[in-house]
Design a protein. Sequence first.
Length: 213
Amino acid sequence: MSIHQDDIVGVGGRLDSDTLIRAYRRGIFPWPVEGLPLLWFCPRERAILEFSRVHVPRSLARARRRTTLRFTADAAFDAVIRACAATPRPGQDGTWITDEIESAYTRLHALGIAHSIEAWRGGDLVAGVYGVAVDGAFAAESMFHHEQNASKLALLHLVDRLAGAGLDWMDIQVMTPHLERLGAHVVPRGQFLNRLTRTRARRLILFPGRERS
């Protein structure tokens, strides 16, 4: 992640669940940087994925039709976040998913706030994505894959699930080439925060039976 001073809105603090929930309600997320106090971000340019603009390339659409992968929700959150932490990222030395981050989001999962989508090949976990659902808005955090296209298919499964609950977009925080190819785009911070406020006011239930009321 390329850091600009204006993207940082807080320094220090704790990764307890209440602090994280309050942060996400305001469009803020933590991003640990080695050697610095905990940094909290609300980027000037925010990457989002509007479901009406999702672009599924022909080869991915074919893989989606033919896949024999099995998809689940919240069946292996711990394994998904650990695999995301272990996945090398181009241009990154190490991972931002520190032990503290892993513990904090695992606690959020136990509270029904953080959620995962898993892709399985038989009994093997081959891909997954996790994120945070607060007040009917969803922020995707990270994903991994051990098979070609598996994480993209898991993400599309997530999009279908969220769209089925009435949501029409999700926060992806910072742009990646992979998500840009799927149709993600960036919006100014003010526009993002207005959209977040409107979405939270709808109070959608994105993961019925799993979310904290």
